[in-house]
Design a binder for this molecule. Structure first.
Ligand SMILES: Cc1cc2nc3c(=O)[nH]c(=O)nc-3n(C[C@H](O)[C@H](O)[C@H](O)COP(=O)(O)O)c2cc1C
Length: 397
């Protein structure tokens, strides 16, 4: 990678993204609910965990490969679905290419800006993410389209409460990208010539349609039409989850599980995987960091289904901490979005390389030859760290 676009840490990618993107686009990447308690805890909680390294006995070559939902991946990190459209003209296709180049899988958001068929052409290890939007018939139609396109798994996300009360302001997503919008946004954009030029070269403004929400024979609806339909759809029941899993019949993840009782119900509904997650702090603010909820959930269901974690991963050492506490792999959100904003496809590859190198270093220090050898003995967990949610007897809620 060209030296001038290479960055050494995810924090540097974030600084570059901030410098490169118009203010409102950058705000959409960092935004979270209400006061931001959860989004901050997602990151801070990793700093409370320590390592217990060995002094001698490091293994010369370390194995990072594993599998998630039936897919071989070269490191225990996959792309979490995100629906921000305007970061880069190549958007999800660039992310898919980067993930493929680095040997990993990708979740594609319901609110992605690119059609699933184009994204799968760039990376066949693709899990399609579903929001409960439009009821069973509409969902079945979209899921069948994903199957026909070649999706190898589903990710169902139900942890969303439509909160608008953000102290840092809700991201300003325009209704439509017409001349009036472009003129309104231009004062922000002119101070970001690199971003403007990227879009200028395509001769197209950022796409505010959501092509994967299209009904048969219709174009993708505008973002706000789809969001409105979502707000008007009754939230799913556990029976709905079991229905969709049955309909899909293949690898199926429920994303956003924080409680042990919910994890057990997910197992009963027949899921093959869950992600312990609070939507990157975008759901109910005040929810503890995902990493705090992981140990109890992994203990309860980790021998029955695959348990992943997402929320707050910024370093390879964070990945190692999550695996030591029971995750099979992690998903990343903002880290790759910052990489994409900073440098497009190579920027996402750069982020995956940073995580890979960090995982490898931590394995070396801990004296392990494989990510599969990580265990609770490798890390120092402060007494008040974990939160066993949904376990009344254990002092949880
Ligand atoms: C800008 C943005 C958009 C997101 N869009 C979606 C989405 O469309 N579907 C979904 O399941 N999760 C979505 N998420 C949540 C991520 O998949 C993931 O749970 C979260 O980003 C993980 O936290 P991290 O950003 O600290 O890695 C979004 C997150 C961000 C930051």
């Amino acid at each position: 990678m060209a030296r001038d676009i290479w960055f050494e840490t995810v924090a540097v990618a974030q600084q570059r993204a901030k410098r490169r993107l118009p203010k409102s686009v950058y705000a959409a990447l960092v935004a979270a609910s209400e006061k931001g308690i959860t989004v901050a805890d997602n990151v801070e909680a990793f700093s409370e965990l320590g390592f217990a390294p060995h002094v001698v006995g490091a293994v010369e070559k370390r194995e990072l490969a594993t599998t998630v939902m039936g897919q071989d991946i070269s490191l225990p990190v996959i792309i979490s679905p995100t629906g921000v459209q305007a970061v880069h003209p190549h958007g999800e296709v660039a992310v898919a290419r980067a993930a493929a180049a680095r040997g990993t899988a990708m979740g594609l958001s319901s609110f992605a800006s690119k059609p699933i068929e184009d994204v799968i052409a760039a990376n066949p290890k693709l899990f399609f993410q579903v929001y409960w939007l439009g009821g069973r018939d509409a969902i079945a139609e979209r899921v069948e389209r994903a199957r026909a396109a070649g999706a190898v798994g589903l990710i169902v996300t139900t942890d969303w409460t439509f909160s608008h009360g953000r102290d840092w302001g809700s991201p300003k997503i325009p209704e439509r990208m017409n001349l009036a919008t472009i003129l309104r946004l231009s004062p922000q954009a002119v101070t970001r010539p690199g971003w403007l030029w990227q879009w200028g070269k395509t001769l197209r403004p950022p796409n505010l349609q959501v092509p994967n929400q299209a009904r048969k024979g219709e174009p993708g609806p505008p973002f706000f039409a789809a969001y409105g339909e979502w707000m008007g759809t009754p939230p799913p029941t556990w029976d709905d989850i079991a229905w969709l899993r049955e309909l899909w019949g293949g690898p199926f993840m429920l994303k956003g599980v924080m409680r042990v009782d919910d994890a057990k119900r997910a197992v009963d509904a027949g899921v093959s995987a869950i992600s312990v997650s609070n939507h990157g702090g975008n759901n109910l603010d005040g929810t503890p960091a995902a990493i705090r909820a992981l140990p109890a959930v992994a203990d309860a269901v980790g021998d029955q289904i695959e348990v992943l974690l997402d929320g707050g991963i910024r370093r390879g050492s964070d990945v190692v901490k999550a695996l030591a506490l029971g995750a099979r792999a992690v998903m990343i959100g903002r880290a790759y979005l910052w990489g994409l904003a900073a440098a497009g496809q190579p920027g996402v590859e750069n982020v995956l390389d940073i995580l890979r190198a960090g995982i490898d270093c931590a394995l070396m220090g801990l004296g392990h030859g494989s990510v599969h050898d990580l265990n609770a003995d490798d890390i120092v967990v402060p007494p008040e760290f974990a939160r066993a949610l949904g376990v009344p007897a254990a002092g949880g809620v």
